[in-house]
Structure formats: structure tokens, C-alpha cells
Design a binder for this molecule. Structure first.
Ligand code: NAD
Length: 483
């Protein structure tokens, strides 16, 4: 690990000023807001309005009023507008990348490629799904029609701040719904640019609304609101449970995308170099702050020590440091709170007797300020230990030895989560295991992310899907008209 110089400049990055966006207008907010902090420097870079339940009421009123027209527009019109949103995001890709690097500390090269680059791909895929969708079918004496559900409340996390917004708002609008979005208060700046882009694209007033603020106030006001027909939530399992409980009183639809603890199962015949390189890259992607990150690496007991040596070598090639530098692979975590949390897990891993291979507690050398942790690998990890069971949401990989396929599947499935998993090995062998894994997606031999395929979790990883036809249908009601 070779940390580069600490610090980072958000000085050259033009940052938007967060404000609610309601009924086609930016709503000026008086008084003090919540600080948005650049986690690389600790510098306060913006202030985000602390929205209230009344702000949510106003946004819901606007969205409800806009629903009548928007839900009956031609699909072709909605598609044309979403294409313009995608173009608008592409035009501002460089600015978005810099803003996301400033708000969550993601390395600039990853911000450009993934955070600011993937949303346009996701929009293109959502448009294809909408174009191909069968909106009506005959079943016996009935016509089954699919219709927009109404006003959708969308609540998103900070880890992929623009992608999560796009994943919800675009299919919801394509389906003919109107939206009230609450982005994460940790990363509200990219969402603000998204609001500007939708307005410039010509999305009519009231169709898309944004209310900033905390989960406890604005998030719960959305979940509770009787004018909201559905809440689509992405975030932690703990907050998702609360959203479902608050929403229950109005019997609204609740779609939850929650935490994960994905395993990569390395089969005995796998190419170990490839498995290690892909496995480590995935475990540490976005600083390990990814719901689907492969944070458990299950390796055949006889290959354990060889894999650990390869991991040690692979880890030495990663650069941790200033996220504005092109060569940086791992920036700081998204916040000081996240740094403390991840650091405690690293200390817990050591206390529980796991073998520390790389990293450890405290900041990396030369990075005394900022929300940095040492990217860490633990070997010989007990599958029942805390670091093997809880979602850490930081660059901490646990290597767990196993004996035989049955034990590999049992350990993979022995978690409250069920979001994602991966397998490295012979195709047929891997496929046979994939079918036994209780997770919403299984990636074999580093298969590419597919924006047309559904994404979502089993068990406490959630109950909804995003992307693809299944993701689109979350935003539709079903009506049977029988004659
Ligand atoms: P979080 O749960 O703290 O916050 C997510 C969002 O929910 C934020 O906008 C927050 O303000 C809001 N919120 C918090 N408490 C709320 C409440 N009581 N009522 C309503 N809204 C509330 O999560 P985070 O720290 O921002 O994100 C990290 C988590 O998100 C991880 O657990 C990660 O696995 C999960 N995640 C899941 C997916 C997925 O697709 N399954 C994708 C990304 C992130």
C-alpha cells in the first residue's frame, strides 16, 4: 500500500447549492442547514436544507397534481424526455464526477467511470425495458392492464448517490408516475444536479420533486404520507425496517433494497490469480462501500495459504490517498462516522482472533486527516465471527476456508442477507452451485454487470427489484377488466 499525499481540493470544483425542488421551482430555504463535508479534507463544502414534513406535503401536492397529465402522456414522450435527461447527465459527466468525489471521496477515475458514467447506461436500459413492455394482455374474458401506481416516494443512500437516484426516478417516470425524492443528506449535491438536468430536459413541473433532509424527518414523512402510493427505499436494513413499519399504516407499496454480505466462492479448479484479482477489486470497490461487494472470500482449505499470499501481493498494487488524483484506487470513506465504524470492525476482527494479512486499525501512514482507513484483509476467519457476519461497508475482506461444495453453499447462505454472491470455477460446476445460493444475483467468473437484469435481495437484503422488467413492474399497478 502506498498512500499518496493527503488532502484534496474541492476548491476548483463548482458545487451546486442544495435547495428543495418542488413544482418546477427551486425553493429557497432560510436558516441553518446540515453540513456537507468533503471526507478527504474534513472541509464543509455545502449546507443542505433540513426539510420538514410540511415540505414533503408541498412536494406531494405538486406530484399528485402533475400525475393526472403525466400518467396519460404518450410513452414516446416520456422516453424522449428521459433520453434528454441521459444526454444532460453525459454533458455534465466531468462535473458530476468531481462533485461525487468531493461529497463521498470516491477516487476520481472511478467517479468518472461508474458514478457519473453508469447512470446514462442505466437510463438507456430502462428505456429499452419500457419500449418492449407489454402493457396489456388478454386472459380468457379479461384484459389485464398495467398502470402507473401514483406518486412514488424515493429514498436513496450516499454510496452511489447519482446511480441510486436514477435507478428509481427514471423507471418510475417512464412508467407514468410522479416522484418525490429524498437523497442522502451525506451526498445531496449530485442529486441537485440531477434535478437541474430534469428541468433542463423539459420534465414538467411537479413530475419530479426533491426534498432534502434527514431520514428521521423527511424520510419518515414520505413513508407515512397518505398521498404517496409507493415508497422505494435503498439503504441499510435497519432503516428499511423502520420505513416498512412507518409505511404500514397507509398500506402503500414498499420496495426495499437493503444491505448485503456477499460471498465469492473460489472453487478448487478456479484460476487463483484471476479469482484473487477480481475478488479483491470487488471487495474494495468504492472503498468497500457497495451493497453487493464480495466481502467474504470462501476458499478451499488446501488453497487457503496460497490464496492469502496472492491477496497480499495483489493488495500491494493498490494506492490509497487523495481521491482527486488519477492514480488513486481507494479514497477516504464517505464520512468520519463511517471511518469510525469501519475502524471498530477492524479492531473487532483482531480481538476475535482473525489473522491480519494486510491493513489494520487506524489511518494509513501519511493520511493523518480525512476519513481514511487502511484497506484490510483478514485470513482464517471464523464464519461465525462478527466481521464475517455483519455488513462492514468498508474495504475489509474476510477470507474463510471451507471443505467441499456443501460447506461452501452452507456458509454462503448462512447470513440474514441475500443480495449477491459470486463463484469462480468451471462453468457447469459454478452454475450448479449458483442455483443453490439464496441471493438475488450470482456472478460467475466475473460476469459483467447487466443493466437489463433485475437487481435486488432475498431475505433481509430487501423485497424489491431494480433494473430490467422486474424493476420496472415495481412501479406499476395491475388491473383486470373482465367482460
Ligand atoms: P441509511 O439507511 O443510513 O440511509 C439511506 C437513506 O435512508 C438516506 O437517505 C437516509 O436519510 C434515509 N433514512 C435513514 N433513516 C430513515 C428512516 N428512519 N426513515 C426513512 N428514511 C431514512 O443507509 P446509507 O448509510 O446511506 O447507505 C448504506 C446502506 O445502503 C448499506 O447498508 C448498503 O448495503 C445499502 N445499500 C443497498 C443497496 C441495494 O441495492 N440493496 C444499494 C446501495 C446501498
Amino acid at each position: 500500500m502506498s498512500p499518496t499525499a493527503s488532502g484534496n481540493s474541492s476548491a476548483q470544483t463548482h458545487l451546486p447549492v442544495p435547495a428543495h425542488w418542488i413544482d418546477g421551482h427551486s425553493v429557497p430555504v432560510e436558516g441553518h442547514g446540515l453540513a456537507v463535508v468533503n471526507p478527504a479534507t474534513g472541509e464543509v463544502i455545502a449546507s443542505v436544507p433540513e426539510g420538514t414534513a410540511e415540505d414533503v406535503d408541498r412536494a406531494v401536492d405538486a406530484a399528485a397534481a402533475a400525475f393526472a397529465d403525466w400518467s396519460t402522456t404518450d410513452l414516446a414522450h416520456r422516453i424522449a424526455l428521459m433520453r434528454r435527461v441521459a444526454e444532460g447527465l453525459q454533458t455534465r459527466q466531468e462535473e458530476l464526477a468531481a462533485v461525487i468525489t468531493a461529497e463521498i471521496g470516491a477516487p476520481i477515475s472511478f467517479s468518472r467511470l461508474a458514478h457519473a458514467g453508469f447512470p446514462a447506461e442505466a437510463i438507456a436500459a430502462a428505456i429499452t425495458v419500457a419500449e418492449e413492455y407489454v402493457w396489456s394482455e388478454e386472459v380468457g374474458n379479461s384484459t389485464i392492464v398495467r398502470e402507473p401506481i401514483g406518486v412514488v416516494g424515493a429514498i436513496t443512500p450516499w454510496n452511489f448517490p447519482l446511480q441510486q437516484v436514477v435507478n428509481k426516478v427514471v423507471p418510475a417516470l417512464l412508467a407514468g408516475n410522479t416522484v418525490v425524492l429524498k437523497p442522502s443528506e451525506v451526498s445531496p449535491l449530485s442529486a441537485q444536479i440531477f434535478a437541474e438536468v430534469t428541468a433542463q430536459a423539459g420534465v414538467p413541473a411537479g413530475v419530479f420533486n426533491l426534498v432534502h433532509g434527514t431520514g428521521a424527518v423527511v424520510g419518515e414523512a414520505i413513508a407515512r404520507h397518505s398521498g404517496i402510493a409507493m415508497v422505494s427505499f435503498t439503504g441499510s436494513t435497519m432503516a428499511g425496517k423502520r420505513v416498512a413499519a412507518v409505511a404500514a399504516d397507509t398500506v402503500k407499496r414498499v420496495s426495499l433494497e437493503l444491505g448485503g454480505k456477499a460471498a465469492l466462492v473460489v472453487l478448487p479448479e478456479a484460476d487463483l490469480d484471476e479469482a484473487v484479482s477480481q475478488g479483491l477489486a470487488n471487495a474494495w470497490v468504492n472503498g468497500g462501500q457497495a451493497c453487493g461487494a464480495w466481502t467474504r472470500m470462501l476458499v478451499p482449505a488446501e488453497a487457503h495459504d496460497r490464496v492469502v499470499e496472492k491477496l497480499r501481493e495483489a493488495a500491494a498494487a493498490y494506492t490509497t490517498g487523495d481521491p482527486t488524483r488519477e492514480e488513486t484506487d481507494l479514497g477516504p470513506l464517505a464520512s468520519e462516522a463511517q471511518r469510525r465504524r469501519v475502524n471498530e470492525y477492524i479492531e473487532k476482527g483482531i480481538a476475535d482472533g482473525a489473522t491480519l494479512v494486510v491493513g489494520g486499525p487506524d489511518r494509513p501512514e501519511g493520511l493523518e486527516t480525512g476519513a481514511y482507513v487502511k484497506p484490510t484483509i483478514f485470513a482464517d476467519v471464523d464464519p461465525d465471527s462478527t466481521i464475517a457476519r455483519e455488513e462492514i461497508f468498508g474495504p475489509v475482506l474476510t477470507v474463510i476456508p471451507y471443505t467441499g461444495d456443501d460447506q461452501a453453499v452452507a456458509i454462503t447462505n448462512d447470513t440474514v442477507y441475500g443480495l449477491s454472491a459470486a463463484i469462480a470455477g468451471d462453468g457447469d460446476h459454478a452454475l450448479a452451485l449458483a442455483r443453490q445460493i439464496r441471493a438475488g444475483q450470482v456472478i460467475i467468473n466475473g460476469g459483467q454487470y447487466n443493466f437489463m437484469a433485475p437487481w435486488g435481495g432475498y431475505k433481509q437484503s430487501g423485497n424489491g427489484r431494480e433494473n430490467g422488467r422486474a424493476g420496472f413492474e415495481e412501479y406499476l399497478e395491475t388491473k383486470a377488466i373482465s367482460v
